[in-house]
Design a protein around this ligand. Structure first.
Ligand code: NAD
Length: 378
């Protein structure tokens, strides 16, 4: 074993090297997490819209621990092109009606739900019931109740659940998390995060339809700003107060346009966030006892950039989606930490609900409480 790299070793696993020898060589947690001893896990993408087409499927051509094994689509016209582009056999193509028969497909280990937000809970739960591990896109669901239903379904089925929070696998984000962990700049006094873009597309798109989206900017880009305030301080907030602004009410008829919110943290740090479908901004800035750090952009999937009071940050960039899906596959295969577990998605939805509640009550401060380390991931 010592002359074999992990990659070579793992490839021998699938070529039928004796099971008893392998079991003796693998750490105990690997055997438990990877009972099938597969080298690469098969992922099925559910929903073949923009994110699956332009980010996830291309990233799955470069992943080391998982690959694109199947698709689930409600649009038959997409099937042929995806089958041709990615060599997906007919037996691995499903629609929303026959999706549950994916349970019988041994090549598909993980179902990745990339549908409009109102469909996340239904398909995550159906995937869990089919015995598949689940990656659920953000926001996790329409409300906290649905988040609980997804988490419980995965627990009952004994499958793993991860959020599509790609930034936890990304180097600039992880450098900020290191500053926080090691107190590189001392205690954090103030943190601010903006995550916003200017929506000019069709007013009929699902993101502007509350029935399908569950909300506006807050549940879309706002989730990144919430995440930034939390990983940028290493704390869950103890309260939130929020305000809403509407400047294009004829376009944003059904969903929130711009929201600001202030977070309090138990350490005394103060947080401020802005999210919008009408403003261009993408930034994280933290002011600390002994300096500061900043990411700008902080949550796009074009390369991030950052600097601190000590100088520029400079990391090599790889596809964030590739890193994220490989991290989740390794969590299943080798028992490595789940970097974005379901609890994290639920926590963010609890904060989203508190923000909407605060706005409805004229900006009233809403207390929040989370059990220790709730939703921090690996
Ligand atoms: P999209 O509009 O491009 O695609 C949506 C897909 O869902 C399409 O294939 C569409 O045919 C299908 N669909 C099924 N029922 C539908 C309905 N009733 N109305 C509209 N479409 C329907 O959206 P997208 O950008 O691919 O986003 C999908 C999910 O991925 C969302 O939850 C979004 O928040 C998330 N997302 C995450 C990231 C990220 O960086 N993590 C980036 C983009 C999108």
């Amino acid at each position: 074993m010592n002359k074999l790299s992990r990659r070579t070793f793992n490839s021998k696993l699938t070529k039928g090297v004796g099971g008893a020898v392998i079991a003796a060589s693998l750490p105990v947690h690997c055997i438990a997490a990877n009972p099938t001893q597969k080298k690469k896990l098969g992922i099925a993408l559910v929903g073949l819209g923009g994110y699956s087409t332009y980010q996830l499927a291309p990233a799955l051509q470069d992943t080391e621990h998982c690959y694109l094994a199947g698709i689930v689509t409600g649009t038959p016209a997409k099937e042929g092109a995806w089958a041709n582009n990615y060599g997906i056999p007919k037996t691995h193509i499903y629609n929303y009606r026959n999706f549950d028969s994916i349970a019988d497909n041994k090549d598909i280990d993980i179902v990745y739900v990339v549908l409009p937000n109102s469909m996340h809970a239904e398909f995550s739960i159906r995937a869990a019931k089919a015995g598949k591990h689940v990656i659920c896109e953000k926001p996790m669901a329409m409300n906290v109740e649905e988040c609980d239903a997804i988490i419980n379904a995965c627990k009952e089925a004994g499958v793993r659940l991860g959020m599509g929070y790609r930034l936890h696998s990304e180097p600039y984000t992880n450098e900020v998390k290191r500053f926080v962990r090691e107190k590189t700049f001392g205690n954090i006094n103030y943190i601010t995060a903006d995550a916003a873009y200017r929506s000019m597309g069709s007013p009929n798109q699902w993101r502007l339809d509350r029935e399908l989206s569950g909300g506006g900017a807050l549940v879309n880009m706002g989730v990144y700003a919430i995440q930034s305030l939390i990983y940028g301080t290493g704390e869950n907030p103890i309260s939130v107060s929020a305000q809403e602004f509407s400047t294009r009410p004829n376009y944003f008829k059904d969903t929130d346009e711009t929201i600001t919110a202030q977070f309090e943290f138990a350490s005394g740090a103060v947080g401020n966030m802005m999210t919008s479908h009408n403003v261009r901004a993408n930034r994280l800035f933290a002011s600390c006892e002994r300096g500061w750090y900043e990411l700008d952009p902080a949550s796009t999937y074009i390369p991030l950039a950052g600097r601190t009071s000590n100088g520029e940050l400079n990391f090599e960039q790889e596809s964030q989606q590739k890193l994220q899906m490989d991290d989740f596959a390794q969590h299943i295969l080798y028992g490595t930490p789940n970097k974005a577990p379901g609890d994290m998605g639920k926590r963010d939805m609890m904060i989203v609900e508190a923000i909407y509640k605060s706005i409805a009550q004229g900006g009233k401060k809403m207390p929040l409480s989370f059990s220790p380390s709730f939703g921090f991931g690996g």
